[in-house]
Structures are given as C-alpha cells and as structure tokens.
Design a protein around this ligand. Structure first.
Ligand code: B12
Ligand code: SF4
Length: 338
C-alpha cells in the first residue's frame, strides 16, 4: 500500500511554505540578460509550433515532453584561430567554444529551472545519441532552430551565418516547457555573399556552387577521427597481420593524431569552409577593402597546405583532390558503415 504522504516531513515542509509562482510566460528581456551573463553572444526564442520546426518536433517532444519553446544560443569563435593552417589552433578554438556554449546553456537551464520551468540543454556538439548511429544522432538540429529564431541564415556552405558575427559561431538550443514573451523573426535577407570561397577552400569538393553538400566527402575527411573514420582505423588494426603490416597501412603520424583525438577531443581535419567565409558585418571589412590580399592571407594558405586528405575509393572527392590539389596526399579509406 502506498505511504500516506501527508505526514512525510518533506511534504509537510513544502506545504508550510508560500507556494512558488511559476511565470506562465518567460520574459524575453530577462531571458536575454540571463543568457548574455552566462556567456552567450546572442539569443532568440522560437515556438515549437513554428512551421519550419515540423521535422524537429517529434525529436524535441521525445527529449522533453511538453516543450513549448526553443531558445537558440550563439557563441562567437575567434576568427584567426579558426583560419590558421595550424589546425591544432583551430581545433582548440572549436573545443573551447563548445565548452563555453555548453556551460552557458547549462547555466541558463539552471536559471529557468529555478524559475519553475522544465527545461533541458542538449549537447551543442558531442556527446550525441550513438545508439541511433548511423542515423540521426543529434537531439535537436541547432542550425534549423537558429534560422527559425532569426539568428542567421544558411550560407552556400550550409552553416549558419550570423548577420554580425558571420559563420564564426557555434550554436546550442534549450528546450523549455513555457512560452516566451517575444519570439525571434526569420531574417529577411541572407548574409551569404555567394563569393564561393567555401567552394574553393574545401579540399574534398564537398560544397557545390549551388549549395549542394556531399555529406560523405566531408564525413570521410574532416571526420577521419570521429565515428566512421575511427571505426575504419580499428578495422585496419583487426585486418593487419602484424605490427609491420599495420605500420605499412597507417603512419606513425596518423596513429599519433588518433591518440590525440582520443586523449583530448576529436579533432577536425579541415573546416576550411568556415575559415574562409568573409560574410557578417564584423568580419566583412578586410574582404571588401582588398579581396586579393584576403585570398592570399586566408584562402591560399589552406589551399597550399600539404596534408593527407581522406577519401573513399572511386569517389568524386578523390578526383577533386587530385585535380585541384595535386600537392596534397590522397589516402583511400573505408567509411564505416559503408
Ligand atoms: C550532422 C552534423 C554534421 C554532419 C552533416 C553536416 C550537415 N550539413 O548537416 C557533418 C559531419 C558533415 C558535419 C560537418 C560540419 N559541422 Co556539423 N553538425 C552536425 C549536427 C550534429 C546536426 C546538423 C543538422 O542539423 N543536420 C540536418 C540539417 C539541418 O542539415 P542540412 O545541412 O540541411 O542537411 C544536410 C545533412 O542532412 C547532410 N546529410 C546528408 N546525408 C546524411 C546522412 C547522415 C547520416 C548525416 C549525419 C547527415 C547527412 O547533408 C544535408 C545537405 O546539406 C550539428 C549539431 C546539432 N546538434 O545540430 C552540427 C553543426 C551543424 N556542425 C557545425 C560545424 C561547425 C561543422 C563543421 C564546420 C565541423 C568542423 N568543426 O569542422 C563541418 C561543416 C560542414 C558543412 N559545410 O556543413 C556547427 C555549425 C555552426 C554554424 N555556424 O552553423 C553545428 C551547429 C554544431 C554547433 N554546435 O555549432 N556536421
Ligand atoms: S564563403 Fe562566400 S559563398 Fe561560402 S557561405 Fe561564406 S559568403 Fe557564402
């Protein structure tokens, strides 16, 4: 038989104090203040009923039943870190910004919880829901939410470009069970300049001039040390006859890089599309002032970089690297699952 809770000390204590008032509607100005104080550089909310979020709804409702609004967060990255041909510098910038946005999201979640709301902050980056791999592993699509909330628009390279900060931003989303007093409006223009520098920079030709995206090419090279590439690396170990055979297949440098990714955080091989993008009011000036110099300082060093580029056998990516970047070393790998 269930215990009579009326005599439980916790229940008596809760009933003896004044009832907490939960605001039915979250004040948008309060939310903005809390978000900026927590470390976000921009924030906007959007109702889950927004027509652009139809595809997100079942995933959001599964993660937090009763969600009414999504709160989109933006945290800036330091531009020249992202642009440096020393990719350890860029990766550190991605990872640190990821930590900052996750911390900010968690702090805002705490503030909303303390104000009486049910609220969650799915990871901005990793971890994700790996039991769904190779399907949709992310809880909520931050780009889709940010665009619906008016924090930017999708550029040719399929990343969100914030009107001021350009694409040098990471995104996060909070799911909350209440309405917000003011929602963001979609931008009425796209900050993308259609300059196609992202198309020219991508080592594997993943970005089409028309905005088409070769997911496989990007995931094979840029994500060499993430899910699919890592699984291929393990399979190479399993397939090798002995140490010498393994060394013939994978170089010491590649193994050291994998060790680094496993020990610290998984490192991207490129992200050159973000690095070269001149869009955004805070970013644009050097490109407008002298395009040639901008190309020489930002685009060319990434194009000229001698590096190993990972492709799947017979892929358009393989043909692209060999034709456009003959000084880069092509390495065929199997992306798992195939
Ligand atoms: C899946 C994913 C990827 C995938 C697919 C990319 C993509 N365009 O969707 C891969 C692994 C290729 C990837 C790469 C990168 N990503 Co990513 N990624 C995500 C993730 C988890 C979901 C993206 C999403 O919503 N996709 C669905 C819809 C909205 O995207 P879409 O562009 O309209 O559709 C594409 C996908 O469906 C893809 N696709 C096609 N078939 C398949 C099959 C599978 C299995 C998958 C997974 C995808 C896929 O191709 C479609 C056409 O473009 C988000 C984090 C999150 N939780 O939201 C980060 C995120 C989008 N990534 C981000 C970043 C920074 C990157 C990289 C620059 C990584 C890096 N640091 O090097 C590159 C950029 C590649 C590019 N030009 O798009 C940022 C973008 C920030 C911004 N300013 O917009 C996000 C928002 C993470 C964050 N917290 O900020 N990413
Ligand atoms: S590099 Fe140019 S074309 Fe590509 S997303 Fe940025 S502004 Fe648009």
């Amino acid at each position: 038989m269930a215990r009579d809770l009326n005599n439980h000390p916790s229940v008596k204590h809760v009933r003896s104090r004044p009832a907490r008032k939960r605001a039915e509607v979250i004040d948008a100005r309060w939310l903005r203040k809390v978000a900026l104080e927590a470390g976000a550089d921009d924030v906007a909310a959007v109702p889950l009923s927004h027509p652009d979020l139809t595809g997100e709804r079942p995933h959001v409702e599964a993660a937090l039943p009763g969600t009414r609004s999504l709160v989109s967060l933006v945290v800036r990255m330091n531009r020249d870190n992202v642009r440096s041909p020393a990719r350890s510098v860029a990766n550190q910038e991605f990872h640190r910004t990821g930590e900052i946005i996750n911390e900010a999201a968690r702090d805002i979640t705490r503030a909303l919880q303390d104000a009486g709301h049910r609220v969650i902050n799915p990871s901005a980056t990793f971890p994700m829901e790996m039991e769904h791999y190779p399907g949709r592993i992310w809880v909520v699509a931050h780009k889709t939410v940010a665009v619906a909330a008016g924090l930017g628009a999708i550029g040719i390279h399929r990343n969100v470009i914030h009107p001021r900060f350009g694409n040098f931003v990471l995104l996060a989303t909070l799911l909350v069970d209440a309405e917000v007093s003011e929602y963001g409006e979609k931008l009425d223009y796209n900050p993308c300049l259609e300059c196609k520098l992202c198309v020219a920079a991508c080592p594997v030709g993943a970005i089409g001039k028309d905005g088409a995206f070769d997911f496989r090419a990007c995931a094979t090279h840029n994500y060499r040390e993430f899910m699919g590439g890592f699984t291929d690396w393990v399979e190479t170990i399993a397939d090798s006859e002995n140490g010498a055979d393994f060394r013939a297949r994978v170089t010491d440098s590649e193994n050291a890089s994998m060790w680094q990714s496993l020990s610290f955080k998984a490192n991207y091989k490129a992200a050159y599309c973000l690095a070269v993008c001149p869009a955004g009011e805070d970013v644009l000036e050097p490109y407008l002032e002298n395009r040639k110099e901008f190309m020489n300082e930002v685009l060319r060093p990434l194009q000229d970089k001698e590096e190993t580029v990972y492709v799947t056998p017979g892929s358009p990516a393989r043909e692209h690297v060999e034709r456009r970047f003959p000084h880069k070393k092509v390495k065929e790998i199997g992306l798992r699952p195939a």
